[in-house]
Design a protein around this ligand. Structure first.
Ligand SMILES: Cc1cc2nc3c(=O)[nH]c(=O)nc-3n(C[C@H](O)[C@H](O)[C@H](O)COP(=O)(O)OP(=O)(O)OC[C@H]3O[C@@H](n4cnc5c(N)ncnc54)[C@H](O)[C@@H]3O)c2cc1C
Length: 379
C-alpha cells in the first residue's frame, strides 16, 4: 500500500469495501436497470457515516482529507459507478460552501451534508455554456437586499433530489458581467426541475435540468463576493477532478477483476484463455495502467491536501490519465469476456457504458489538456 495512506485511512477504505461488497454489489445491475436515484445506497452512506468524508472535521466531517475520500470512493465505483456518484456529487455539491462559505453558511449547510440530510448540487452548466463557462446566460439582478435569478441549468447531477444548489449567475456591475455563486434552497419559489437525461451510463445517477424563474435569494446567500464565482467553480473542480480520477480507477479495477476471473475459467482451444499470452498481455497492460493512474491520483490528492503549488496541473493530469485509462480498461474487459462481455449477464458491459462519461464531465479531457499545457508553459 502507498506510504501516504495511514492506518486510519486504510481502515475506512476496508470498511467501505466491505459495505459495498455485502450491500451494494448484489444490487448494482438493478441500480443501472432501474435508472432512478438509489435511495437505499444514500441511506447506507448516511447510516455508515460515509458522507462525513466530504466535509471538514469542524462541521461533522471525518478527517477532511481528499486522499481519504479518493481511496474510499474508488472502493464504491469498483462495485457500482452510479453509487460512487452519490458520494461524489455530495463532495462537489458541498465544495463551493466548504471552500468559500462564511461561518454562517458553513454551519447552516455542512453538518447536514455530513449526515446526508442535505444533498447539495453544483449548478454551473447551461445549454449554451459547457466548457465555455463564461458564455453562461443565467443572470442575477439586485433588488433591495435580494437578488433575482433567472436562467436554465442543464446536466445537473441529482437535481431531482438535491438541496441546496450552488447556482452560478452573472451579475452586471459597472457595465461588466461578474460570475457570482449563490446558494439556492430547493424550496425557493421560482425554482423548478425539468426532465432527466436518458443516459448511456451512470444510469442510477439522475442528471436533470434546473429552471430558475425570478428566483429571489437574499444577498446573504452569495458565496464569497460578487465576481468570485469563476474562481469558486474552478477551485471546486480542481478538487472534483482528482476525485473523478479516483472513481475511474475504482471502476477500472472492478472491470479488471471481472476479466481476470473470467480468464481463469473460460476454456477455448483446450486451455484457459488466461493461459493464452495474448490475453495475459492485455491483463498485464490493464493492471499497469490502473496502477499508474492510481499513483498519479494519490500524488494529486496528496498535493491537494498539502496545498502544493502545482496541484492544479496534477489535478488535471490525474483526471485526464485515469479517465482515458478507464475507457481502455473497460473496453478490454468486454473484449476478454467475448460475446458474454457484451451482454448484461456480466457487469463489464455496464462498466464500459459507465466509463465513458468520466472523460466528459468535470471538464472534458480536451479541457484538461488545455489546463495542463497552460500551466506547463508558465514554467
Ligand atoms: C452525466 C453528467 C453529469 C454532469 N453533472 C454536472 C453537474 O452536476 N453540474 C454541472 O454544472 N455540470 C454537469 N455536467 C456537465 C458537464 O460538466 C459538461 O457536459 C462538460 O463540461 C462539457 O460541456 P458540454 O457538454 O457542453 O460540451 P462542449 O463544451 O460543447 O464540448 C463539446 C466538445 O468540444 C470540445 N471542446 C470544447 N471546447 C474546446 C476547446 N477549447 N478546445 C478543444 N476542444 C474543445 C469538448 O472537449 C467536447 O469534446 C454533467 C454532464 C454529464 C454528462
Amino acid at each position: 500500500m502507498d506510504p501516504r495512506i495511514n492506518e486510519e485511512q486504510l481502515m475506512m477504505m476496508r470498511n467501505v469495501r466491505k459495505i459495498m461488497e455485502e450491500k451494494v454489489a448484489p444490487r448494482a445491475a438493478e441500480i443501472d436497470e432501474k435508472a432512478v436515484f438509489p435511495r437505499d445506497v444514500h441511506q447506507l452512506f448516511s447510516e455508515n457515516e460515509i458522507y462525513s468524508l466530504v466535509v471538514p472535521p469542524e462541521y461533522g466531517g471525518l478527517d477532511g482529507q481528499l486522499l481519504t475520500l479518493c481511496i474510499c470512493i474508488s472502493e464504491i465505483s469498483r462495485v457500482c459507478a452510479s453509487s460512487s456518484m452519490v458520494l461524489g456529487n455530495q463532495s462537489l455539491g458541498a465544495a463551493p460552501i466548504a471552500l468559500r462559505g462564511n461561518e454562517q453558511q458553513k454551519s447552516r449547510y455542512l453538518p447536514k451534508t455530513a449526515t446526508g440530510e442535505l444533498l447539495p448540487c453544483f449548478a454551473l452548466t447551461e445549454p449554451n455554456a459547457g466548457s465555455d463557462v463564461s458564455s453562461m446566460q443565467t443572470r442575477a439582478v439586485p433588488d433591495g437586499d435580494d437578488y433575482i435569478i433567472s436562467g436554465n441549468k442543464c446536466f445537473i447531477t441529482h437535481a431531482e433530489v438535491g438541496d441546496p444548489f450552488t447556482v452560478f449567475a452573472k451579475v452586471r456591475v459597472n457595465g461588466k458581467d461578474k460570475i457570482t455563486a449563490f446558494i439556492v434552497d430547493r424550496d425557493t419559489p421560482g425554482l423548478s426541475f425539468g426532465k432527466n437525461e436518458n443516459k448511456m451510463g451512470l444510469r442510477g445517477s439522475p442528471t436533470g435540468t434546473v429552471i430558475l424563474e425570478n428566483v429571489r435569494v437574499p444577498k446573504e446567500n452569495i458565496l464569497g463576493n460578487i465576481g468570485d464565482g469563476f474562481r469558486i467553480a474552478f477551485d471546486s473542480l480542481d478538487k472534483g477532478r482528482i476525485m473523478t480520477g479516483a472513481m475511474a480507477i475504482g471502476l477500472a479495477q472492478g472491470a479488471l477483476e471481472c476479466a481476470r476471473d473470467y480468464a481463469k475459467t473460460r476454456v477455448q482451444f483446450g486451455k484457459l484463455i488466461g493461459e493464452q499470452q495474448g490475453i495475459q498481455f492485455m491483463l498485464a497492460d490493464m493492471e499497469t495502467s490502473i496502477q499508474a493512474a492510481r499513483s498519479l491520483m494519490l500524488t494529486a490528492a496528496y498535493k491537494y491536501d498539502n496545498k502544493e503549488a502545482d496541484m492544479v496541473r496534477f489535478s488535471a493530469m490525474s483526471k485526464l490519465f485515469a479517465t482515458d485509462m478507464v475507457m481502455n480498461v473497460t473496453t478490454n474487459a468486454v473484449q476478454i469476456l467475448g460475446g458474454y462481455g457484451y451482454c448484461r449477464e456480466y457487469p463489464v458491459e455496464r462498466m464500459m457504458r459507465d466509463a465513458k462519461v468520466f472523460a466528459i464531465f468535470e471538464g472534458t479531457n480536451q479541457i484538461q489538456r488545455i489546463v495542463i499545457a497552460r500551466d506547463l508553459m508558465k514554467d
